[in-house]
Design a binder for this molecule. Structure first.
Ligand SMILES: [Zn+2]
Length: 65
């Protein structure tokens, strides 16, 4: 059940799985730690996107001119 963390973060678990996983999560430090790590990922990706989009108006593929 330890590999439910990613699915949980992505929100792809169905109701039953979700309940089961949340119950497991309360007792599993391993999954709690993993959840924190995974929960930080979208933010980091968002920051990267923000940085790259702020660094210029050029489209990434400006090969043709
Ligand atoms: Zn676990």
């Amino acid at each position: 059940m330890h590999d439910g963390v990613a699915a949980y973060v992505l929100g792809v678990l169905d109701e039953e799985e979700l309940e089961e996983f949340e119950r497991h999560l309360e007792t599993c430090e391993k999954c709690q730690a993993e959840l924190v790590e995974l929960a930080e990922l979208p933010e980091q990706l968002d920051e990267l996107k923000h940085i790259s989009s702020a660094s210029g108006d050029d489209p990434p593929m400006s090969m043709s001119r």
